[in-house]
Design a protein around this ligand. Structure first.
Ligand code: SF4
Ligand code: SF4
Ligand code: SF4
Length: 324
């Protein structure tokens, strides 16, 4: 009997999700034994035309990591969708936009201006920016168009499953491959994680305490037995889906929210703001101003992984001509 065919792809990604697959160590051999890997650009020398030549639906399972932020990634997402029976958004960037979607707080033009003009290492008097099409003696050179708005995978193509995490934990990867190989994947649309919040799964002591100031993790050494949020460190546990094994909290670091919003929560950032507001003890406007000043990076704190999937989606730009 032929082995199921599996494809792995990275779009706007850091490579960590692919490394997480390799982190399965010797179990990677089980994955290779159970499946036939037909496309995996980071590890194997397949080309796009190999995928184009496949029949529609020829790939049984595609693990797609990374957000979609340029025309090449959008094209390959659509190609892999057509060729795959089951499409999986693999990792926080594919599921929610992840770190790349923090770019939605700015615009492509602002990013180009910063990178190609303002950065201290730039010497670009002629204001030359990347062009999608450049004519040279030998012909035309084409590079992908960078979009203004970073998107989740599901904003581009239909997705059957979501595996959150930055990157997804190894035990969840192995569980998914095992369920897939045995034909026991959960109902379509499932997020393969817990149905609880990180706080629900956290064993730290919670005393229902209020806080009167917010600390950044490097400013204090927290008590390893007590709730980090109640010690004034912003921990995204109340606004984050569980299932990661509390990787960060067990290392005495706050949860940053990489498993995305818990069930029934649409906007992870709004949920976290509400959780912090409910325990912060401040007097009047001064107290609110002080709290806002103590949250040094609100965008990165509340929407570190979820900007593209949030209700905000991106910074509002009036009269812009960007793609939606
Ligand atoms: S989810 Fe995390 S590890 Fe995976 S590509 Fe995005 S930033 Fe990298
Ligand atoms: S806020 Fe963080 S430390 Fe506190 S209970 Fe929730 S996950 Fe644990
Ligand atoms: S504790 Fe939070 S940030 Fe850390 S792995 Fe788990 S969900 Fe992600």
């Amino acid at each position: 009997m032929p082995k199921p065919k599996i494809a792995l792809y990275w779009a706007a990604a850091c490579g960590g999700c692919d490394v997480a697959v390799l982190d399965t160590n010797e179990k990677i051999l089980d994955i290779a034994n159970l499946t036939d890997i037909v496309f995996w650009p980071i590890a194997l020398d397949f080309k796009y035309h190999h995928v184009e030549e496949m029949a529609d639906g020829a790939i049984d399972l595609c693990l797609f990591n990374g957000a979609v932020r340029n025309s090449e990634q959008e094209e390959i997402a659509k190609l892999l969708r057509a060729k795959s029976k089951v499409m999986v958004a693999f990792g926080a960037c594919a599921c929610f936009g992840g770190i790349p979607a923090l770019a939605n707080f700015t615009t492509r033009n602002e990013i180009f201006e910063r990178v190609y003009i303002e950065s201290p290492s730039s010497a670009n008097k002629n204001r030359t920016f990347p062009q999608t099409l450049t004519r040279v003696e030998e012909g035309e050179l084409e590079i992908p168009e960078m979009f203004d708005t970073v998107m989740t995978l599901a904003q581009v193509v239909d997705v059957e499953y979501f595996i959150p995490g930055c990157p997804p934990p190894v035990d969840i990867i192995l569980k998914v491959v095992d369920l897939f190989a045995r034909g026991q994947l959960p109902p379509v649309g499932s997020i393969i994680a817990s149905e609880k919040t990180c706080c629900d799964e956290c064993e730290r002591i919670k005393e229902e305490k209020k806080i009167d100031r917010i600390w950044r993790p490097h400013q204090i050494i927290p008590d390893p037995k007590k709730c980090l949020l109640e010690q004034g460190i912003i921990c995204c546990g109340p606004a984050t889906r569980g299932g990661c094994g509390l990787r960060c909290v067990k290392a005495n670091m706050p949860c940053r929210g990489c498993f995305g919003p818990p069930p029934e929560v649409i906007d992870q950032g709004a949920k976290l703001i509400s959780a912090i507001a409910s325990i912060y003890q401040g007097d009047g406007d001064d107290g609110i101003d002080r709290m806002l000043a103590e949250i040094v990076d609100p965008a990165g704190t509340f929407y570190r992984f979820g900007m593209a999937a949030s209700l905000l989606k991106r910074k509002r730009i009036l009269q812009d001509k960007r793609r939606e």
